[in-house]
Design a protein around this ligand. Structure first.
Ligand SMILES: [Mg+2]
Length: 204
């Protein structure tokens, strides 16, 4: 598929915070010492406790800001981007990300932190990067995110949140791929791994 235009969400689609959330929650004494779990497990654990929502928001602000350096790229993303480059596909990142986190006294700029991570990961700025700094968009609201991806005239959009695809103004012409499994039925195709997404986009 040459010349195809592909948009990708950032948080929990390209970047995986699971280990950072568990480690930060242990460090803050929010979960028992030996506790392990995914980001979703941390959220559910904290929200089941009194004051857990505030603790969760504080943790999120730290993980998406100062803690982002320990986050990992999902397996298969780099290969997918290589395939995009080989196929001359246009790639952009479109993310709903506020500039500052809730409950973050440090006021860390989350967009700067994310851009630093993107550069450090070689997603932009390297000789073989599939995208440039100008292909990375952070929007204040989910509605603005959908407007952005509509304006980019995309053929494919990949996101871990079903809500995005269910927005009434989400452009129906875009091939919608939900990164994840156990999805409820909706206007998207749920695919659990980046290797399978690559097959879906480039070999289907
Ligand atoms: Mg996401």
């Amino acid at each position: 598929m040459s010349g195809v235009r592909i948009g990708i969400d950032f948080d929990n689609t390209i970047i995986c915070y699971d280990k950072v959330f568990a480690a930060a929650a242990r460090q803050r004494g929010l979960v028992p010492d030996e506790w392990t779990g995914s980001k979703t497990d941390v959220r559910e654990y904290l929200r089941s406790k009194p004051g857990g929502e505030l603790a969760w928001q504080g943790l999120q602000g730290w993980v998406y800001g100062k803690g982002i350096g320990s986050a990992e790229i999902f397996p298969g993303v780099a290969d997918f981007l290589d395939a995009c480059r080989r196929s001359s596909a246009g790639v952009c990142i479109v993310s709903h990300k506020t500039r500052f986190g809730h409950q973050d006294a440090d006021r860390t700029d989350l967009r700067v932190a994310a851009r630093d991570w993107i550069r450090a990961s070689g997603l932009v700025g390297a000789d073989n990067s599939a995208l440039t700094v100008n292909d990375v968009y952070f929007e204040d609201t989910q509605a603005a995110k959908v407007e952005r991806l509509a304006s980019l005239d995309l053929d494919v959009f990949i996101d871990d949140l079903a809500d995005v695809f269910e927005q009434p103004h989400f452009p129906r012409g875009i091939k919608s791929i939900l990164f994840g499994s156990n999805a409820r039925p909706g206007p998207y195709k749920a695919i659990a791994s980046w290797a399978e997404i690559q097959h879906e986009v480039f070999a289907a």
